[in-house]
Design a protein around this ligand. Structure first.
Ligand code: SF4
Length: 190
């Protein structure tokens, strides 16, 4: 019988779970049926763990807007189906009553937060970026008595996150460099 790594891990997990459940009086078929029911109707997609710079990948099973299954991605050359304890908790990012789902805004000096729409937030963010860049852009600098072009935006810093994949990082970095941003950091290094 051909058995993929993922299939092997599923079977192993089911075997260990079945042994534990058997001790509690549940049968192995009952456990297997429950496992099947849990994710058979769910939509699967892949994701990247956001917690550190290792960049492990996972398969997420989603049903009715809730994460119902999470496992390491066997095809990932980085984690090969493994997830550390932090990675195993990433479902809590989605299944969480305290997760913010709206844009929240607190005006300068205000004590209360207000809800805003993305249609209001995106132009406001773009305006702030443009105004800050205009006010802090350094076009040339004196280096050893010679004026050289530096095209540097000193008023904005850019922070990346471990949930971004290579292509997203490429685009984010290009965007920042196009604005002249030189202060770039990554969440996992802080
Ligand atoms: S699963 Fe663990 S090691 Fe992998 S990226 Fe997430 S936090 Fe880092």
């Amino acid at each position: 019988m051909e058995l993929s790594r993922r299939g092997f891990l599923k079977l192993s997990g089911a075997g260990i779970g079945a042994a534990a459940l058997a001790q509690l009086g549940f049968s192995a078929p009952a456990f297997a049926a429950a496992e099947e029911l849990r994710i058979s109707e769910a939509a699967e997609s892949t994701t990247v763990c956001p917690y550190c710079s290792v960049g492990c990948s996972a398969i997420v099973s989603v049903m009715d807007g809730k994460v119902v299954g999470l496992e390491g991605l066997p095809d990932s050359p980085i984690n090969r189906a493994r997830l550390c304890s932090k990675g195993q908790s990433i479902y809590q990012v989605a299944n969480n009553d305290r997760r913010l789902t709206k844009v929240r805004y607190r005006a300068p000096g205000a004590t209360e937060w207000e809800d805003k729409t993305w249609d209001e937030a995106i132009p406001a963010i773009a305006r702030l970026i443009k105004d800050t860049r205009d006010a802090t852009f350094v076009e040339t600098e004196n280096v050893d008595g010679k004026q050289v072009t530096v095209s540097r935006c000193e008023g904005i810093a850019q922070l990346g996150g471990a949930a971004l994949d290579n292509e997203e990082c490429y685009l984010a970095t290009k965007f920042g460099r196009a604005l002249g941003i030189v202060y770039m950091e990554h969440q996992a290094r802080i």
